[in-house]
Design a protein around this ligand. Structure first.
Ligand code: ATP
Length: 306
């Protein structure tokens, strides 16, 4: 009994760690399409996505009972629109995306996609409807072409090339010795953070999900790469219902609505210009980040001049 318990317990731990890390959510979907901790109800039906309207209704959630993380969160992402979540580290931003993927169930409230409660639909169908561009993409030890094709196995060579072009990684790939056949990953060519993120964008373009979650990179990219990635993200999220989890503020300016989360509640909401005019939490976060960015650029210029 003890012997059986330990490996099971270990598997549970391992699973929770993978779930927590969310390094490459889409890998997990395929490996663990059925979440062992969260069970489908006997009468669960496949999710039917029509307009892809996503609605969080009065969500309360705690990982551990004594410590509430989300306290009454309500917002809607209308069909094809983008809502960005910002707020200090630990505010509960990524928790919202974990709940949308149903890695956890809220203790109160519900999340609806086109009117269907996600806890009542088949998990596999839910996860197939959502594409994720994670902060840090894990690459397989295979070719860069394989890593893009992972978004949709039956994609043609032409579709892969087109996805690479739209993700603005085609120039980089064409400069590689074996182009799409160049091995990447731990045992191949190591890609930079920005390049890996563009591979993730190309995968998502191939998958073409109706709902998208963009988990913006925490680490600062140089402003040229950031602009390129932003363009690629704009392209992939156009006309797709999109939730942006913004650890920095660079991806939120064009969002239809920005939600400022602090200690599990919504403290401000509105467009970028509306929130700047309010001179509240968002405006001060924005000013602080601008100062930090400027300081970084000045430092970089000084280093280049030396
Ligand atoms: P950041 O911008 O730093 O990524 P965030 O706003 O995305 O932060 P979350 O990852 O949603 O924050 O975490 C919210 C809170 O929940 C944090 O205080 C975190 O420590 C806590 N938390 C996250 N996962 C767990 C877990 N599995 N068990 C207990 N607490 C957790």
């Amino acid at each position: 009994m003890v012997q059986l318990y330990i490996p099971l317990n270990f598997m549970g731990m391992l699973y929770r760690e993978i779930k927590q890390a969310l390094t490459d959510i889409e890998d997990m979907f395929n490996i663990l399409e059925q979440d062992p901790e969260i069970e489908d109800t006997a009468d669960a039906k496949p999710l039917q996505v029509d307009n892809a309207v996503v609605r969080f209704e009065d969500i309360h959630f705690a990982y551990i009972k004594e410590r509430p993380i989300l306290r009454g969160i309500s917002f809607e992402i209308p069909a094809g629109k983008t809502v960005a979540i910002v707020g200090p580290s630990g505010a509960g931003k990524s928790t919202l995306s974990r709940l949308l993927f149903r890695f956890y169930e809220p203790q109160h409230g519900r999340i609806l996609i086109d009117g269907q409660n996600i806890s009542e639909v088949q998990q596999g169908s839910l996860r197939r409807a959502i594409g994720m561009v994670p902060q840090d993409t894990v690459l397989f030890n295979d070719t860069i072409g394989y890593n893009i094709r992972y978004g949709r196995w039956d994609a043609s060579e032409q579709e892969i090339e087109e996805a690479a072009r739209l993700a603005q990684i085609d120039g980089f790939i064409n400069s590689l010795p074996e182009k799409f056949n160049t091995p990447v990953g731990e045992r191949g060519l190591k890609l930079s953070g920005g390049e890996k993120q563009r591979v993730a964008i190309a995968r998502t373009i191939l998958k073409s999900p109706p709902i998208l979650v963009l988990d913006e990179a925490t680490s600062a990219l140089d402003s040229f790469t950031e602009k390129e990635i932003q363009d690629a993200l704009d392209r992939v999220s156009r006309d797709r219902t999109t939730l942006v989890i913004a650890h920095r503020l660079s991806t939120v300016v064009g969002a239809d609505e920005i939600i400022v989360l602090d200690k599990g509640i919504i403290v401000e909401r509105g467009s970028h210009n509306e929130l700047l005019a309010e001179s509240g939490v968002y405006a001060s976060m924005w000013n602080r980040q601008r100062e930090a960015d400027e300081a970084r650029e000045t430092l970089k210029r000084a280093e280049e001049e030396e």
